[in-house]
Ligand binder design. Sequence first.
Ligand code: TNX
Length: 537
Amino acid sequence: MGALVRRHHGTTPRTPRLLGSLLLVAAAGAFTLGAAPAARAAAPAPLDQVVPAPASVQPGGTPYTLTRATGVHVDHNAEVRRIGAYLTAILRPSTGYPVPLTDSGTGGIRLHLAKGDFGAEGYRLQSAADGVTLTASTPAGLFHGVQTLRQLLPASVERKTVQTGPWRIAGGTVEDRPRYAYRGAMLDVSRHFFTVAQVERYIDQLALYKINELHLHLSDDQGWRIAVDSWPRLATHGGSTEVGGGKGGYYTKAQYQQIVRYAASRYLEVVPEIDMPGHTNAALSSYARLNCDGVAPPLYTGTQVGFSSLCVPKKVTYDFADDVIRELAALTPGRYLHIGGDEAHSTSHADYVAFMDRVQPIVARYGKTVIGWHQLTGAHPAEGALAQYWGLDGTSATEKAQVAEAARNGTGLILSPADRVYLDMKYTKSTKPGTTWAGTVEVQRSYDWNPGAYLAGAPASAVKGVEAPLWSETLKTSADIEYMAFPRLPGAAELGWSPAATHDWTTYRRRLAAQAPRWDALGIAYYKSPQVPWPNG
Ligand code: TNX
């Protein structure tokens, strides 16, 4: 559909539909010339102007226009109804329409579960003059379809007060499903603590881009952030500070479960991480007996890494690991438990291997699948374990080869290359906050790589997905999180979701630019990268 036609639709926002169509056929050129700026802005977004790029888009036909009469019609199913309620909660404040939620009715917006070739998370969106239908074989698919629907509506739909329409969705069909099952984002709540409300805000932003895994880095040298009943000082002492010496904090079990539930309501699975055997100063400071010399070190509020280690030969280390993993697994409905394993520079290689040999079976005993940072491939990754690769172009060939070999031997990979998707890397030398140990990472560099062919010697089938970690040594507020995540997070999400065939920086940067008014409406202050043609300069 050409720009001319789209613009023309915008000239007749309050014209009855049939008349509007007749005028469209009769007088396209004249109307285009006479179109007022506001009316021009009302042209519906093209059906492919979505991030992540949908697998397939067939534009065509008349757009759907939401009216005061539009309802959301859902299957008679509690979960589909909840997704419908989530959608009406977005539509009502900004349209000012009542948007009733019903389990009958035709026209309007329909959410429907049906058998079909949608996969676990795919969906079909069909838009025409008489309504929009989302079809999927799972609630997750419907939820992802709702995110596409959101993005096809004007950005002002995200606002919380009544806005001027028209509220149009371009005509046609989107058929969509993800490239990878694992599409993650990590938040480091250890270096600086973030409240439940801050985590929920980030979850909402991740959901808009179809991210489905929330990795929480719950422990590190600077803070232990989850209550453990059998070792209470981990949270009360180990969680009592953070980088810079602030007061820190931790999640009670009820708060953690609230995050898990909130994430689940947005179809994200929580992946909790307890980083071991290094990155453990907060635990070592909480219990003297965890230390080889029996002396508890002071709490740590700096940003060095690699100085702490659990005491590998001591039995108490495994009692500790068992208790922590048991309690955390019991709180976590998700499949995975991340045991860290990075930068254990104060642990000998033999100790590291011995530690991983003993701790991985504990994770399995409590019903979870191990994820570890890719150093785990230097030990004996358990059957079914996933290794999270966080190397960069400059990582040694030996280290890369070790990860690739593990991948050939069956270890799945989650790709988080630091010089691509570490969201805590500065965009340029002069942007703040952030760090630069993996270089500066502008938007194009972050987006322009292919996860399927990234690590030489690793079979494409070993790649389970992409994750964008956000380390928080330099981040204190939600505004900090958002400035680092936007606009790079949507690119990581697209690498995880969209077929390789859609990958194209030139078209991506335009789709990305079109997201900016939505971030404005959502109160997200993003980095205005000069590489992206933002609508307002
Ligand atoms: C490396 S990535 C770390 C973290 C730091 C991060 C900062 C990884 C597994 N370890 O301890 O926070 O760099 O970018």
